[in-house]
Each structure stands twice: as C-alpha cells, then as structure tokens.
Design a protein around this ligand. Structure first.
Ligand SMILES: Cc1ncc(COP(=O)(O)O)c(C=O)c1O
Length: 293
C-alpha cells in the first residue's frame, strides 16, 4: 500500500493515512484484542457488503465487543472512504479493537473501541495464476480453535505465508488431524472423483464470503460443488484444488508441496466455477448501478 495520498478513517474522522495514529496502549497492539474485515471493491462498489458486515458483527459479538457503529453508519463510512480515495477496483479493511487501556488482560470497563478503516487499490491477478495455476504448501494447523472469528491475531498465518514464499509458493494450506481446514488467507476446495468439496463451517474455518458465492453459483448452475470434509489424503490426490478469497477470487492450485495437482494444469471445473463467480460479480455490480444507494 502506498501511503501517499491515501485517506484513512479513524474513530469518526477521515484523514491522511500517515496522520492516522493509535495509542501504543491500544489492546489491538498489546493483545491482538480485535477483529477485522476485508471487503473487495469492484468499480467503486463494495461487493457483498452486507455479508461482510454481518460477519464483522458476528466476530465482534463472539469476542464480547459491542458494535461501536450501527451497520448503516458503517456502510455509509465505507462508501465515503471509497469515494475519498477514488477507488475503482480495490479493498477496504475495517479493523476494530477493544481500544486503549492500561495493560490488563481482562476487559477494561470504560474503554472506547478503536475503529480503523483503510482502502487500497486491488493488486491485479496475474494472468499466469489463472492459466498456469499457483503453488501451495501444506502445514499442521497450529492456530487456535476459534478460526471462525476473523481475529487480528494472525501470527501463525503470517509465518505460514512466509514459509510458502520461501519455498516459491503463494499460499499455505492448514491440516488439522489429517483434515483440511483452510488456507493461510483463503478457503480451500478439492475435486475428488469429479466433485468439489470445501471444508464445512466450524470452529477451525472462517466462513468465507467468496466460498459462499462459489457454492451459491455452483448450486444454481447444477455444478458438482458442495461443502464437506476433505482429508489430507484426498487433498494430496485431488484432481483439482482451488483457493477462494476476497482479494484473489478463485485460484487454481496446480502444485502442492512440490508435486503436481491432478494433470498439473488448471482443471475444467475450476474454469466453470471462476467464470460463474465473475459473472455473479458483474451482474451484482450492474444491479447496484441501477439502484443507487
Ligand atoms: C483464514 C482465512 N480463511 C478464509 C478467507 C476467505 O474469506 P473471504 O472469501 O471472505 O475473503 C480468508 C480471507 O482473508 C482468510 O483470512
């Protein structure tokens, strides 16, 4: 993210990013005591905004932090941030922490939450990721057992992504007791015997919004894609593997731990699902343009 010229939002104020500062006593900094959301933006329009805000409200409730802004206010501020940054294709990060307080693990009684929003242009998806696929590695899932909360405590994910980068891979895939959970920053689908499966919702998986759009579209199109457990062995012998995320949409994984996945090329089901996903983004964008908010 380039700092210059970027406008951030901090506790009710829009200001240049380099001027946006929070206290070193903020519990986000001290304890990673907070949650976040990333909302993809297409042509200045936040995709599936309500679903992202619902997930944010759920994350806040699960950590015992009341929503500091009502949904409507948050939505207005997201739109304003996009407008002030003249963002076309991009992403909005919302981060909410329990605020600044004297260091003590238990919740402080009289602290105001810190609300931060930033907006950045999207990094274009390189054509080769789609035509050749990406590489991924697997690792034992060392995270906590509440990965359904979109917590800002991301150290294991940071370490896995670094390991992936050091081995020339783009993503890391977590395995818990020989079952796939998800990626370092994505959900995972594996095609086994012609059918794609993605690990179901549970405490070790973030309920991904891109994943939900893929499941929804596949259902509408009658494609063999569903939610269901995927074993480590199934992943390693899969015909196709894909990742889904708001920033990278649907990507084919064609190398896993240095071995080819299936034919080693992006598979036919991936192509259909990605097309269906893109078509849904385009149709929702067209609809949003018809109905001004
Ligand atoms: C751990 C994890 N799982 C899944 C996802 C995908 O979620 P979404 O499609 O809502 O971006 C993300 C996205 O950042 C993530 O960090």
């Amino acid at each position: 993210m380039t700092l210059k010229g970027t406008i951030a939002y901090l506790n009710g104020t829009f200001l240049p990013l380099e001027e946006a500062q929070v206290s070193i006593l903020d519990r986000g900094f001290q304890f990673a005591d907070g949650v976040y959301e990333l909302i993809p933006v297409y042509a200045g329009w936040p995709f599936r905004l309500q679903a992202h805000l619902t997930r944010l409200e759920r994350s806040l409730a699960e950590i015992g932090l009341g929503a500091p802004l009502v949904r409507r206010e948050l939505a207005v501020r997201v739109a304003e941030l996009i407008r002030r940054n003249a963002t076309g294709d991009g992403k909005v990060y919302i981060q909410i922490t329990r605020g600044a307080a004297e260091r003590d693990h238990a919740f402080p009684s009289d602290t105001t939450a810190t609300v931060v929003m930033t907006c950045a242009p999207a990094e274009p998806i390189p054509e080769t990721w789609l035509s050749e696929g990406i590489a991924a590695i697997t690792a034992e899932d060392i995270r906590w057992a509440r990965c359904d909360i979109k917590s800002i405590a991301l150290l294991p994910n940071v370490m896995l992504r670094q390991r992936a980068a050091e081995s020339g891979a783009l993503e890391g895939i977590w395995l818990h007791q020989a079952q796939v959970t998800e990626g370092a920053a994505s959900n995972v689908f594996a095609v086994v015997a012609g059918e794609a499966r993605t690990p179901p919702d549970g405490s070790r998986v973030l309920p991904g919004i891109t994943r939900d759009v893929v499941l929804e579209r596949a259902d509408e199109e009658g494609l063999p894609v569903r939610s269901g457990p995927v074993t480590e062995e199934e992943l390693k012998n899969a015909e196709e593997v894909w990742t889904t995320s708001s920033t990278k949409e649907v990507l084919p994984v064609t190398r896993l731990d240095g071995q080819p996945v299936g034919s080693g090329r992006p598979g036919p089901l991936f192509r259909r699902v990605r097309e269906a996903f893109r078509a849904r983004v385009a149709s929702e964008l067209a609809q949003a343009r018809e109905v001004p908010s």
